[in-house]
Design a protein around this ligand. Structure first.
Ligand SMILES: Cc1ncc(COP(=O)(O)O)c(C=O)c1O
Length: 213
């Protein structure tokens, strides 16, 4: 939710000690973090460590849907048999698969390296601009900046103000996060210009700081 990153090597040790399974959600980092874009697992040299990896195509991969990758095929069969969203949903349609496939090609090419560097620099800049304006950000830099707003009613009001001023972001509230900890999630691209980031930071700060949290 917040682009949090645990100590994956330590979590894997605990998995082994307690004979558990390790599932890693790479929705925020695949294609963005890691030496060649393979995410935080790549940086920790842990790509083959998890039992399950789940990822989303709705961020870096410009589509919707996602994937589950497993090491043990019996786990795959169990998921296929018991997952409501697998049984009761339709498959991705060809244009979605085409977009994902093209995005994968870009993400893992030299163009991808450049786009990764630019999107991370944009996220770092937006986080800094928000902090300078008194808006706390949470999590670690990924393809999104996440600002803590607090009270749900206040977050909705601020969200509406932002929408009417042309700033579109995600307002996340309970039950996705704890009560009283509503957040704004802002997904960035490598093509956002510094002026746009300043405009967004100003707008978010003024909407969030309208009244004390
Ligand atoms: C950490 C994380 N995992 C998974 C998802 C699911 O993404 P989607 O349902 O858009 O594929 C999200 C959505 O924002 C997310 O933040």
């Amino acid at each position: 939710m917040d682009s949090d990153q645990p100590d994956l090597a330590r979590v894997a040790e605990l998995r082994d000690r307690y004979d558990a399974h390790l599932l890693v959600d790479v929705a925020h980092d695949l294609g963005v973090l890691g030496k060649t874009g393979r995410g935080a697992l790549e940086d920790g040299d842990l790509l083959s460590t998890p039992d399950l990896i789940v990822g989303s195509f709705s961020k870096v991969f410009a589509s919707i849907g996602g994937f589950v990758a497993v090491r043990d095929v019996s786990l795959l069969r169990a998921i296929q048999g018991f997952s409501g969203s697998y049984t009761f949903s339709n498959y991705l349609i060809p244009p979605q698969i085409g977009a994902v496939s093209a995005a994968f090609d870009i993400a893992f090419s030299s163009e991808g390296q450049d786009r990764r560097r630019r999107v991370l620099s944009n996220v770092e800049m937006l986080r800094r601009l928000l902090a300078e304006r008194g808006v706390a950000t949470v999590g670690q830099p990924s393809a999104m900046a996440i600002a803590l707003v607090g009270d749900e009613a206040h977050a909705r009001e601020a969200y509406r103000t932002l929408l009417s001023s042309g700033v579109i972001l995600n307002c996340i509230e309970f039950p996705a996060v704890r009560r009283g900890e509503a957040r704004f999630r802002m997904q960035l691209t490598p093509n956002h210009e510094p002026e746009s980031l300043t405009t967004v930071a100003d707008a978010v700060a003024s909407a969030v700081n309208l009244r004390p949290r």
